[in-house]
Design a protein around this ligand. Sequence first.
Ligand code: FES
Ligand SMILES: [Fe+2]
Length: 389
Amino acid sequence: MDGSADIQDDDTVSSGAGDLLRTALARSNAPLDRAGTLPPAAYTSAAFYRLEVERIFRKQWLAIGHVSQLPKVGDYFSIDLLGEMIVAVRARDRIRALSRICLHRWAPLVEGAGNTRRFSCPFHKWAYDLDGRLLGAPLMEQVEFDASSLCLPEYRIEIVDGFIYLNFSRDAEPLAPQLSDLSTALAKWAPQDWVIGATLEYDCAINWKIVVETFMECYHHIAAHPETFERAFPARITYVEDGRPAWTVGHAPLRADLPDEQASAGFPDLGEMTREERREFRLYLIYPYQLFNMLPDRTFWVCLQPEGPARTRFQTHIMVKREALERPDYEDRMAAERRFLSTVNDEDIAVNVMQQLGAATRAAEAGRFSHLEKALWQFADYVRERLKA
Ligand code: FES
Ligand SMILES: [Fe+2]
């Protein structure tokens, strides 16, 4: 985002976001059969986005990675989130999330992912241990300086079901108890043992809520995914469970006349499946934006980073059980699955980018939900509740 636009907007934050917030809150808790979307400006306004940053993103648990990305001591990956430059690293004792900005004059210590014994600043070579402690700073002997007391700022993280969540707030309630029912349900598929088989990266001119909402409704299969999804997983028979405070789940069953194998891509099953589980995909949303959908043998996980009212970066990862990697046909199957995911994502993004532009028009007003958009209705209430705080 362009910083100047942000600054100009500052004067109008309280009034602009205030009016919008009142409009957004007006429909709180309307029953689904009378409920509508948040106002379109909630997807385009810089003031509204800043409220979300303050009241949602800076307080809630945000998924940033998965333990399989850091199998060995010294493994790290960089992530930029809400303007912070962070490195997640497997230190000698545990996984940590540290600021990756040098304590000297703020150069980022690393970019991307890799394995290292220490972080050495590319600017003047200050060196940091994997736990963030400053190990040494060359040519600093002639000034009063105690390297041993310095450490990179560390963020609070929690690992739940293999996913790494970060929280910018010191006071946030722990996440694991909020997800205990989900963890119990997922346990037989051992999500902590999944590995990433392929990743697709996106940086799109869309609001973060649009990514969440499109992921969580199958209504759009009928128009946006006629070949990729509608044939096998028709919108009409999809449904969403009743809401829970921290997460929700939707189900997209396989068309009744298709064989079980249609739901699988030929990888080993993630774990034990009931007949029903084998014949559907499930879409999970852990608020505010952790998204993954599970098929019998693979999971599509969307890791997103909001960048502004009309910009979101996200990675879609295909995750499989570790054993899948040993199968002789693994590479071919994963390449095919990657192509499939790329097609599906393109179908979604094409319509989402146009939707974002539509939301910014003066004629745009809040729309009405279908019963198939129950997860969006739940999500809108989650957003409203957090913004009230
Ligand atoms: S900025 Fe890192 S050592 Fe100077
Ligand atoms: Fe879609």
